[in-house]
Design a protein around this ligand. Sequence first.
Ligand code: 5GP
Ligand code: MN
Length: 334
Amino acid sequence: MALEQSGVDVAFGEVAERIEKGRRFLVTTHVNPEGDAVGSLLGLTLALRWLGKDVTAYMEDPVPYIYRFLPGADTVVDALFEDDTFDGCFVVDCGQKKRLGGRFNVLKSPGTIINIDHHKTNDNFGDINIIVPEASAAGEIIYDLLRFLRVDITPDIATNLYVAIHTDTGSFRYSSSTSDAFIKAGELVRLGADPWEITIRIYESYPENKLRLLGMALSTLEVVEVDSRKIATMVVTLDMMRRVDGGRELTDGFVNFARAIEGVETGILFREESPGEFKISLRSKGRIDVSRVARFFGGGGHRNASGFNIKGGLEEVKMRVIDAVKEMSLGSDA
Ligand code: 5GP
Ligand code: MN
């Protein structure tokens, strides 16, 4: 632990040097961004601006509706230009370069790529890689970096980092909710993050069509039992999203309902991305390492939450994924 910690400090030192020497920075994250992605991106963006840097905050996808209240969200852009030149590019909460989306590749000069992440499936694609799988959220690592840099954590920065940690720990319910996560969250509240205000924005402001879509998704619920271990599946099709006049961001959190059933160890959501392609979300109660299943299909994530994209028709895709989960379940005895 001590060694790992000093390794992180050395990397922080290198990052500090790059920041000091550079002027223009890009901060970006993965497609389909959730709370940790957006909160970490904005927390770091505001901190770099506080240090007087010229920062472009970029995401291929728009900021999801529920996160648009976050300070700095209105400054996020969704386009990059070939001739944009940066001294450094921070990639947060993203384990694989391809998850940045295709448009990132138009950049000829992203500068030093500094990857700050907590996915254990990270493939170290950066020039500098700060990967801390013990961190509950990328936001925790950003918090440590800002402390290292002696940045003044303003209420706006605190709000973003609090949201990153709060959402990625499932509101401090997951096993990733370490004492460090609580301590940093507590400190962020002291610095100005407002838990109830954030709760209202994120968990008490669902658009009506999200609940209608959830109703449709729940009606597809199936539970299969393999050697007394249960797997629950749910499906969201393009047609369902069309019927509620909404997009894929509405499905955030749906897969937790599948996992929440008593006796179910793995919940799976099949979300149709485009005709013949599905986005799979996997959630486990802990016994099964679903990041292994995701990695098998070219995706990634964490032990209890992972995902990937897969091509094929619904029934075929369902069979392949359920078979893979079954196989991994049989292979894992703990
Ligand atoms: P979700 O199911 O909420 O989209 O994702 C759960 C976890 O798996 C998140 O940590 C997310 O970053 C990761 N994840 C989801 N889809 C992919 C994917 O296609 N590739 C990789 N590497 N990770 C993914
Ligand atoms: Mn994360």
